[in-house]
Design a protein around this ligand. Structure first.
Ligand SMILES: Nc1ncnc2c1ncn2[C@@H]1O[C@H](COP(=O)(O)OP(=O)(O)O)[C@@H](O)[C@H]1O
Ligand SMILES: [Mg+2]
Length: 242
């Protein structure tokens, strides 16, 4: 198990599937009420694929993304991440995966207001125990990639919404994750910032990263290799087979 996890975090990959879910389901309970936010989701994503997920509000897109990001556990079903059954991992192994394998970008950027842009980007490396000089070097490289090298010393309040979102992307990619999950990442951006964001995503895809992006925007969704639709907690079977 440990060996496959290390392989998972390594640079190369053997090809095949990075994500494989079977019957993945998530039920939220509120007192006597049950909401099946995700129902019997069978999803297979190949290494290096760019998949987008669309669907109306409340259809279960964020629930699915949280499960794929190992931020939540399913009520039923299985999730194999490059063949590793996530449910069998200890909390410390899950933390390793979240820090080494997966990068997440949410609609709310969640930047820490008291840290400069580069320090926000460097946070995941701090959790790994990377030294300050090396953290700064890698954070600046990630900021360079999103076209924000000149904003490294700025605080979040000194940045535009689009710039904050790019800092959040830099933070998600500073660890060089294989799997990048983005949940309505352009929801708060104007069309120019959105275009810029999509250019970055396209570059990351070309580098060989696997990308799963939730979006309301049909024209952005179509830029993916494959578009999946969700409705009432279910992945549209016809879209899934495409
Ligand atoms: N923490 C929660 N507790 C209870 N119900 C939730 C929770 N999170 C989401 N839900 C419900 O699950 C369903 C799917 O939500 P979500 O995955 O956020 O949908 P989407 O991202 O497609 O808008 C909705 O009915 C929502 O109200
Ligand atoms: Mg959502």
């Amino acid at each position: 198990m440990a060996r496959s996890l290390e392989a998972l975090a390594g640079k190369g990959h053997a090809g095949g599937n990075i994500v494989e879910t079977k019957g993945l389901s998530r039920c939220y309970r509120r007192g006597p009420h049950e909401v099946w936010a995700l129902r019997d989701c069978d999803l297979t994503v190949r290494h290096g694929e760019f998949v987008s997920i669309t669907g109306p509000s409340g259809s279960g897109k964020s629930t699915l993304l949280h499960l794929l990001g190992c931020l939540d556990q399913p009520t039923k079903g299985t999730y194999l991440l490059q063949g590793v059954n996530v449910a069998e991992l200890s909390e410390s192994r899950l933390a390793f995966i979240r820090n080494h394998v997966i990068g997440v970008v949410f609609q709310a950027y969640n930047l820490l207001p008291t840290l400069r842009a580069w320090q926000n980007v460097a946070l995941p490396l701090a959790y790994r125990g990377v030294g300050r000089r090396e953290r700064r070097r890698r954070a600046l490289a990630a900021l360079e990639k999103v076209g924000l090298a000149d904003r490294a010393e700025h605080y979040p309040f000194e940045l535009s919404g689009g710039e904050e979102q790019r800092v959040a992307i830099a933070r998600a990619i500073v660890t060089e994750p294989k799997l990048l999950l983005a949940d309505e990442p352009t929801g708060n951006l104007d069309s120019r910032a959105e275009e810029r964001f999509m250019d970055i995503i396209t570059d990351l895809h070309r580098e060989g990263r696997t990308i799963i992006m939730v979006t309301h925007n049909a024209s952005l969704a179509r830029r993916a290799d494959r578009v999946l639709a969700m409705r009432d907690g279910r992945l549209d079977a016809s879209a899934g087979a495409a």
